[in-house]
Design a protein around this ligand. Sequence first.
Ligand code: GDP
Ligand code: CA
Length: 328
Amino acid sequence: MKNITVLAGGVGGARFTRGLLAHLARTDPGAAVTVVVNTGDDMWLDGLRICPDLDTVMYTLGGGINEEQGWGRPDESRRAAAEISAYGRGWSWFTLGDLDLATHIVRTDLLRSGSTLSEVTEFLCRRWKPGARLLPMSDQPVETHVRLARDVDEHRAGELMHFEEWWVRYRAGIPVTEFVQVGLADAVAAPGVVEAIERADLVILPPSNPVVSVGTITAVPGIRSALSSTDARVVGVSPIIGGAAVRGMADACLHTIGVETSASAVGLHYGARAAGGLLDAWLVDETDATALPALAAAGIRAAAVPLWMRDDASTAAMAAAAISLARA
Ligand code: GDP
Ligand code: CA
């Protein structure tokens, strides 16, 4: 296995990739990993460009993540955020720690002087040395919004709200009718993304949000067709265990697009590559083994193994299982 490409959101994709790298370090040190990261959650805040998933992946793989939160840095203060609030500016529900703010300042400075997001990401990674090549899904801004089903506070029914506001401020607790990727029509895959998929020996969809992480990446023009034409096997790892999202609120996203929150429903939603879908193989948790026959009937090779990412060892074992399922 020389080249492995992972299509990742934030926490789930980052933790899985850390386990994958730990597994490869022991078994296949020559393997190279590319992570194509969702940028649909990106936004402007306080004049700064924030890329939540890129930063979570970069900090997690680079040893600088706040493990409890899953975003931001450990031991950072909120003093600058408190000062911004004192001016009545910013979003009180989206706090940026002081160390994390430095990343956003550097990123914004480079973007404003003409660098692309790919170039900025490469620059930031020179410091963090994540052990994998990180690529934004696109260099053009593509921002996920939700369409509100009813009025809420100052927002009106039918209007769009940025995904992060719905997710973080309202905890995905207000009904929405659809997800809209603003900017998608003018976006293309970032340099190297299509090649990383087409030339991979293995493509992995890690346990990331199927709708607003994997769904957004695969909606970028060029990415889905690369996934269908690549000679690599495409293997997915279920983010749903026993009918629930393991951490977080992915069920609210699945509900909105009419997909049941279950490992088999998500696998069938991605679909078999042979039938125009995304997957050759799908790994489900051991407690979801009853899903295997339906997946096999749909043309998706599936296996059931423990899928809780408790630590690097359990996560590395998941990565090993994904690789051997793809090889089988
Ligand atoms: P986000 O951008 O931070 O929301 O992160 P992702 O898009 O990568 O996905 C988060 C998803 O990862 C959650 O919705 C969970 O369903 C899934 N997840 C988190 N922890 C685990 C775990 O230990 N095992 C599995 N199988 N899935 C997990
Ligand atoms: Ca995210």
